[in-house]
Ligand binder design. Sequence first.
Ligand SMILES: [Zn+2]
Ligand SMILES: [Zn+2]
Length: 535
Amino acid sequence: MKIKFLGAARTVTGSCYLVETERHRFAVDCGMHQGSGEIEKRNWDAESYDPAGIDFFLVTHAHIDHAGLLPRMVQKGFRGKIYTTPPTRDLLEVMLLDSAQVQEMETRWRNKKRSRQGEKKIQPLYRQQDVLATIPFFEERSYDAPFSPIPGVKVNFRDAGHILGASIVELWIEENGTQSKLVFSGDIGRPAQLLVEDTAPVRTADFLFLESTYGDRNHKNEKDSLDELAEAIAYSYRRKEKVIIPAFAVERTQEILYSLFLLFKDQRLPPDMPVYLDSPLAIRATEIFRRHREYFDDDAKKILKSGEDPLSFPQLHFTETSQESMALNTLAGAAVIISASGMADGGRVRHHLRHNLWREGASVVFVGFQAQGTPGRRLVEGAKTIRLLGDEIAVKARLFTINGFSAHAGQSQILDWLSHFQNPEMQVFLIHGEFPAQKILEELIQKRFGLEVCIPEYLEETVLKPGKAPERKAYPEKAAPPIDWGLILDGVESQMVRVRNQRKRIEAKGWVEQTDLQERFQELSRNLQEILAET
Ligand SMILES: [Zn+2]
Ligand SMILES: [Zn+2]
């Protein structure tokens, strides 16, 4: 049996693990690759997936980096079943439609620019019609109800405690008369996370594919997190400014609503401080959460039983339309605004940051992982100014980073979950993490459990043999094509020399033209400064 790592290998996005047995090909997850332009090119490489040759998908949860490429697969010929839990199916319906809408919009915008430059039009990765064509392939399966999608393969979904409906996949594969067990952790939740159950323990596996997002660090505890949120609210309330919370539409947003409900009950959310949920997607996701209450944890069920709704409180307002959203820019006084995206690299939250980051007394509360290259990461790392929607904005607001709201297990929690496994022969593959974090986790796992650990590369193919070292084959030319830094830096340098030689001609231009050039050089210099600060 062979595994092909089609994504989230030394990165956190694009989760997709293709299992090839003698007669079948199927995959766990099919996520979108997100990040730099070079990383996003991977989304277009249908050839590596061979969608028409895939028998079925097992989807761990509704995050786009785990399921966002499914419509692309259907567009390119996939016709099998997509197995997942009922909440994941419902959440994916709205998430994928939203994703298609964003891509169609961006493509229209880019095509406008391209046709002005006389270039050929481009197509979106997929459209809403591809999503509608994908939905009929979904098959719902509950937790702890094993099923057999094809002869010789048995699957069981366990509660991953990450987001509503998220699964760990247990997979038994029979080949040549022997059975092996594979476990895909999916994304593992944080214990004591609000709303969802704790991660189910798994005791055996021959091969474990373990997420490692927070392989290098631990979270602060939850009580502190609630206090910190209360502190941000008190800080901006006193100064009559806004609290901006960039949050992903699914789970994090609902957890924030639940936390605000708890603070409201505690009288730590002032009744005259309105809270706006400014994201149509988050509003729809919240409705789906309400529909699947049976997946809530015991604490949330208790609140429901008492007749209250943990996702609601009197001063909560939903802003659906963009007019309502824009009206928040001119709103006077203290308020809390929850808006997507969680890393401020897209969505309405960018407008709210542009209107509030420069205000003393405002606050920004980061509640999730901030990936490299996003405005969120730059802010968390202490940028004094930041570029948003074409403007350079000074950072005067107070920043709060509350990792206790993460939907991912921290380092010690990953190790705790790992400690439930009982077979010393188990081989561990670290996936879904940035490489430096994975190296740290690898060492800890080897030290504490003495287990064999592998950190596969993108596109790597690995032959699995129980009890034997995996046979690994990498494709570095395709996975990480070399970047010629000499060529790039020489190019920039020689352009600067040419600019210098033209100084007289620049100075001979009219003053207004010169101010325009001045601005463009200042922008160039800012870009270089940013690069220097990050390397
Ligand atoms: Zn996730
Ligand atoms: Zn993930």
